[in-house]
Write a protein that binds this ligand. Structure first.
Ligand SMILES: [Zn+2]
Length: 290
C-alpha cells in the first residue's frame, strides 16, 4: 500500500466511525432567500423552498404541510419588512420564533404610504447593496448553526459577494446608457422603489405595495397623464401580477409593453437565480425605455 492509499483508507475509517451528523435543514419563505441559502450553504444543507417561483408572497398562506416543514427546520429564512403577514401565526404553530431569521431586519427600510398609512417597503432585494448585506447575515447564521462547516460558508459567501459586485458593475453600465430623463418606470405594483433609489429612476406604480387591490380609475388616469406628459416609452408587466391594468394603460396610451419583470421573486426558468433575475429586469427596462 502506498502512503496515499494508507491515508485514503484512514480517511474512510474516520468517516465510517464518526457519528452520523444530519445536514442543516433550512426552510425558506421567499425565492430570494432560497437562492441565497443555496449560494452560501450549498453542499451542507437541505433547503425546503416553502414559497416557490410564481407564488405571490403578498397573498401567501402556509398550508399544514408547510407548517410541518418549518417545524422540522433548524433555521427558517424570511425577507421581512411586513411581507410575511402570517409570520406570528406560523411561529406559534411551528414552535416559537427562535429559529426564524428575518434577513431584511438589518437592511435600512424605504417607506411608502398606502391607504394613508406609512409602511416599510418589503422589496429590498432590488438593491444589490442590500443583497450583499443579506449574504453576510445568512452566512453568519449558517456559521453559528453549523460551526463545523463555517469555513465553507465563509468561502461561498465571499465568492457570492464578488459575483454581486460584478452584477452591480454590470447594472450601472447598462443603466448609464439610459439618459436620466428616460428613467421612468411604470409597473404593475409598487415593488421597484429600492431599484429606483439605487439607479436613479422614478417609479409610477399602477397598484400599491401589495398586489391585492385593483387600481381606481382615477389612479389609472393619473398614470396615463404621466406617460403622455413625460413621454414614457414603455410600461411593464410583472411575472406574478394580473396584466390587465397595465395592458389597458398600454392600449389607451399607445405605449409599448416592455416585457415582464420579476418583482416579487424569482422565475421558474429565466430569472431563476437572483443574478439572472436582476439581469433580466435591467435588460428589459433599459431596452424598453431607450
Ligand atoms: Zn410585491
Amino acid at each position: 500500500m502506498n502512503p496515499a492509499q494508507i491515508l485514503m483508507t484512514a480517511g474512510l475509517c474516520l468517516i465510517a466511525v464518526a457519528p452520523a451528523k444530519a445536514d442543516l435543514r433550512v426552510a425558506s419563505l421567499s425565492t430570494i432567500t432560497t437562492d441565497l441559502a443555496y449560494q452560501v450553504g450549498r453542499g451542507h444543507m437541505t433547503i425546503d423552498a416553502i414559497i416557490k417561483p410564481g407564488i405571490d408572497p403578498h397573498e401567501f398562506e402556509p398550508t399544514p404541510s408547510d407548517v410541518k416543514k418549518v417545524a422540522d427546520a433548524n433555521l427558517v429564512l424570511l425577507t421581512g419588512k411586513g411581507m410575511e403577514g402570517y409570520l406570528s401565526k406560523l411561529e406559534e404553530a411551528a414552535g416559537g420564533s427562535g429559529k426564524f431569521l428575518n434577513v431584511g431586519k438589518t437592511i435600512p427600510s424605504l417607506t411608502m404610504t398606502e391607504d394613508g398609512k406609512r409602511m416599510e417597503d418589503p422589496h429590498w432585494w432590488h438593491s444589490v447593496e442590500n443583497m450583499k448585506t443579506a449574504t453576510r447575515v445568512v452566512a453568519e447564521a449558517f456559521e453559528n448553526a453549523d460551526p463545523l462547516n463555517a469555513p465553507s460558508y465563509e468561502k461561498n459567501a465571499s465568492t457570492y459577494l464578488a459575483s454581486l459586485d460584478d452584477l452591480e458593475r454590470w447594472i450601472r453600465l447598462q443603466v448609464a446608457a439610459l439618459p436620466h430623463d428616460k428613467r421612468k418606470l411604470v409597473t404593475s405594483h409598487d415593488a421597484l422603489q429600492y431599484f429606483a433609489h439605487d439607479y436613479g429612476f422614478t417609479i409610477y406604480p399602477v397598484k400599491g405595495v401589495t398586489t391585492a387591490e385593483d387600481p381606481s380609475s382615477q389612479h389609472v388616469k393619473e398614470i396615463i397623464g404621466v406617460i403622455k406628459n413625460q413621454g414614457v416609452k414603455a410600461v411593464f408587466f410583472e411575472s406574478i401580477e394580473n396584466p390587465r391594468a397595465v395592458q389597458q394603460i398600454s392600449d389607451e396610451t399607445g405605449t409599448k409593453t416592455g416585457g415582464t419583470l420579476y418583482s416579487d421573486g424569482l422565475g421558474d426558468h429565466e430569472g431563476n437565480t437572483y443574478d439572472s433575475m436582476m439581469r433580466h429586469n435591467v435588460s428589459f427596462i433599459v431596452e424598453g425605455l431607450k
